[in-house]
Design a protein around this ligand. Sequence first.
Ligand code: BG6
Length: 482
Amino acid sequence: MRFPEGFLWGGAISANQAEGGCKEGGRTLSLIEVLPKAENFDRKVLKMPFLTREMLEEGLQSDDIKRYPKRAGIDFYHHYKEDIALFAEMGFKVFRTSISWSRIYPDVHQTEPNAEGLQFYDDMINTCISYGIEPLITILHADLPIQIATEYDGWSNPAVIDLYLKFCKTLFTHFKGRVKYWVPFNEINMDLISGSRKMGILHDGEDNFEELVFQGLHHEFIASVKASLMAHEIDPDNKVGHMIAAFSVYPNTCKPEDVMAAQDEDRIRNLFFLDVLNKGAYPYYIFDYWKAHNIHVNISEEDKTLLKMSDPDFLGFSYYNSRVAAADTSNLEITGGNVFNSIKNPYLPTSEWGWQIDPIGFRYQMRQLYDRYKLPLFVLENGLGCLEKLGDDGCIHDDYRIDYLSKHLHEMKIAINEGIEVWGYTMWGCIDVISAGTAEMSKRYGFIYVDQDDVCEGTKKRYKKDSFYWYQHVIETNGNDL
Ligand code: BG6
């Protein structure tokens, strides 16, 4: 069993969890940076916080980095040269990160982009290229400019499409010939659950919230397809892929009602988004769901025609854990998961955050996505969040991470040898970053340890973990030796 020649090995982070420098170089705050850090939560069963208008106003008045650690990130803004040199030392062929919209357009109405913002990304991207590392850019990774929420009511307003496309056009033209791989939205399926902070729709608790979120999603779909068409027009060499956070959903028992519940969850949480974006039309089952939930979404004939023009080159997905669904969930044990909780699967171990570790579910998911969409896959995120402390020897002996990654890569290798086309793999949080879900620093994914704690104190010095050398060897042997 082999990985193909030219397989793109690498790692991934996002601007909002790593960069910091939130008010430097003319940048303004983003929505995710006014959401305060979760406090006193149960690590094993996560309750995702919603962003309210009050929180937004309070956040705008505050400069308290300890409460808003994403504003500090890991100071990648000033450390990117050193960090990318470490990625190069591991042998990365690809590095995935995102571009902060409010660094490029600090005021979304500006007609010209912020030159200082572009300069930072020029330097960062040129550094990657100087090492032969292919940059892969997520255009929007959870950090919506504040104005989109305060002036537009988030993505529920169709006017946001053009603002986003202005941002895209700047990126596609400015980085033409240097960036080839683009992902319009990080994990677009998560927006259905995180409508307030990711889509800027601050109406939680109101009756029509779900309707607004679906309307917002429709605008994101239109924006995705238009962005992809634009990317291809500006440079036919560009490769664009739509991305979801993929979960394999298992029925709790073989009772047909449970099997049905699993299929329902798989459709509404995973497949719906790719059905629209990769097949170019709304699937029949969503109309039934909308009817049952009294949801009305405005979709014009022009929009339907546009969706049909959808032209993705690959399918991007993240995979961390599988899930379990049941027709009747009462009295069933619940455990954590990426953004939302799941019924506990008795056959699987969990991470310290209750996420169910399931490498076989990874292959199951690759089969499902490849069979259904027939597009080359790109694994954009996969990894294990752990509590870690630097040892007296200045090392982190993370054999648990090596075990997790090695088992997932093994399943990917089998999938590839079964005939599934996979272009690359960017391990999530290749350097420790601030957690998306809880804004903790102590949830660490990296091959590289960053000396910084939950309140952003520490030297910010970088240390190589044991997994650093392990991954270096994996890349060196093109995955022959896992
Ligand atoms: C993905 C996100 O859903 O999960 C990342 O795209 C995130 O931004 C990752 O960091 C892991 O989640 P968390 O909450 O452990 O940081």
